[in-house]
Design a protein. Sequence first.
Length: 413
Amino acid sequence: MNRATRFRFTVRAIEQLPPCPADAPGKGYEVSDTEVPGLRLSVSKASGRKTFWLRYVFRSRKRAMRLGEFPATPLADARRLALAARGQLDRGVDPQEGRDLERSSPTLASFAKDYLDGYAKVHKRSWRDDQSKLDLHILPFFGAERRLCDIQRRDVERFIGAVRKTHSPATANRFLSLLSAMMRRGVTLGVLPDNPCRGMPRFREASDKNRYLSLEEVGRLVVAMDKDPAPSVMAALRFMLLTGCRRSNALKARWEHMDLDRRTWFMPMTKSGKPQYSPLSEECIALLSQLKSRQASPWVFPSPTDSSKPLRDPRKAFARVLAAACIKGHVRLHDIRHTYASLAVSHSGQTLFMAQKLLCHSNPATTMVYSHMANSTLARASQAISDVITQAAQAAQQDGAVVETEQAAAPAR
């Protein structure tokens, strides 16, 4: 039976189309609309299901876009969708680009692995922190098998809000930064159309988060360290206090990098990404010389259970000696470094430039957070200059008095 394959679609004409004959080749037949170029209607065998399609060519590639099944998708809607898609084609955009992204979108678990292996482990020394956040919080909340493209802004807001209920504002911000970095990478790789974290506000973080131990607290802390039953761990903590180094550098210190004769410590990798040398005081030399690990391990501060591995985390031991020293308030392990800076600037009279070198800060602006501690040193310097001026004035007065005396004693002519 002959039928027209091209005609102006109407609801009545579509309803009167018969099913595809059972003995016909293929799965069905198609008819074309003469009103909207590329709009097709496919009719299947037996059931006679009728489906709207848009057929087009994009960059020399033939493509077909499913618009919906008739009559659930009315003819007017099919024409509207087809015209909107053709408008995108006129602008050089494939109307199925979003659908293609969704089909090719990876699961959150697979993309997280790609992010860690392909980016974080290559560019970030703190990638283990990212992995911990993903494994313990992000993947359980969103679901490991959830598609990346299905994570919307409201989902991220719910997650960050949940983190904020149990963690500090700074921690919640770090989670948001990690999610945003992953989504940006998804956009760069072409598996996401947009970053749902873009423009999300951060929580306000406390500006005064550094804790500095006073001289009295430092003294009590050292006494508590001497009495602690874990001398090897205490040695690592005291080394951090004597050098002001970061925890990661102290725990990764190797004997091959210690030159006790020249009193220097070589750090092949620091936070700035550059190797650095750090001076060792006489107290540091004495501390290192007494360590048994010098002959038993490549690590200066090895693990108490396995000398072939470095000490992993002394935070519990640090909390123990803080309690023994009766030091109140929240004191972090990193605050040992802040205390070292405080002692350098406010008690030993070192300049900010010298503190920068001691702390191995690559950027002087980082050291400026300790500038308020230099007030006493500046006051002493200002007083010293005032004393010089006063002494000069007193000397001038004395010289003037001598001159007056001599003039008075001289015989009149």
